[in-house]
Design a protein around this ligand. Structure first.
Ligand code: FES
Length: 248
């Protein structure tokens, strides 16, 4: 991509989950730019992002089982290896040479800054994204297109100045780092706190927002802070969903 040109979405990395949500021996379903995906973690910790479709007969791989080093399709039990997706066993034909062409569609993915990132490209270098460590907010699904959600996030308010008045206007700042990556900063008591929102365009009508507060909070304050942001985001969601154009 020439310098100065926006990255096409299918070459861009998106955060689709907090890394901890993609647990060993389970399968995490997601959707990105209209594509159904599964994320699954091998026992070694290696992350996989595959199309949610078995290359054999098209059954959803999300219905299968994470065996630790392989994923087993639920329908005919064919197994695919972590990493390269190579077929490792066809139970109905144990004597047959394993078909090397039978592989799920694999997307490049990585754990980075505590999130699981996926690009719809098969390979793509991970950009030097940096999300400060701190408190990961609860992800929220919006039944609204991504541009509407992005606009709402840029107006997100929190902190001690969230009740601004004409005498005491907001000094909240936002920074649009790229179309899917917004940082909002505000004073919370003594210091300036920032939240980085990571926007996941699910499809034309749905968007998921992930968020991270840039400070470690005391265990005693965790639940309160998480609830506060969850409440603010829920209100934002209500407004966005009410005004978002409905799919026909
Ligand atoms: S559809 Fe997956 S193994 Fe047959």
């Amino acid at each position: 991509v020439p310098a100065g040109h926006p990255l096409p979405d299918d070459a861009r990395y998106f955060a689709v989950a907090a890394s901890g949500e993609v647990e060993r021996r389970s399968i995490f379903r997601s959707r990105l730019l209209g594509r159904d995906l599964i994320l699954w973690r091998a026992d070694s910790g290696g992350l996989n992002a595959w199309e949610d479709r078995c290359p054999h007969r098209g059954v959803r791989l999300a219905l299968g089982a994470n065996m630790g080093t392989e994923l087993r399709c639920q329908y005919h039990g064919i197994r695919f290896s972590s990493g390269d997706g190579r077929c490792t066993a066809v139970p109905s034909q144990p004597a047959q040479v394993l078909p090397s062409s039978l592989r799920p569609k694999i997307f490049a993915c990585a754990d980075h800054s505590g999130f699981a990132w996926v690009t719809l490209a098969a390979t793509s270098p991970m950009p030097p994204l940096r999300v400060e460590s701190g408190l990961t907010l609860r992800s929220m699904v919006f039944a609204a297109p991504t541009p509407d959600v992005r606009q709402a996030i840029c107006a997100y308010r929190f902190g001690s100045e969230s009740a601004a008045s004409p005498e005491k206007p907001h000094s909240v700042k936002f920074q649009l780092l790229d179309p899917y990556h917004v940082t909002v900063s505000a004073h919370t008591g003594e210091h300036l706190t920032s939240i980085t929102f990571l926007i996941q365009p699910v499809d034309q009508e749905t968007t998921i927002v992930h968020g991270r507060l840039d400070e470690e909070v005391r265990q005693a304050d965790r639940v309160k802070i998480l609830r506060d942001h969850n409440d603010r985001m829920s209100i934002m969601r209500e407004v966005v969903e009410r005004t978002a154009p409905k799919a026909s």
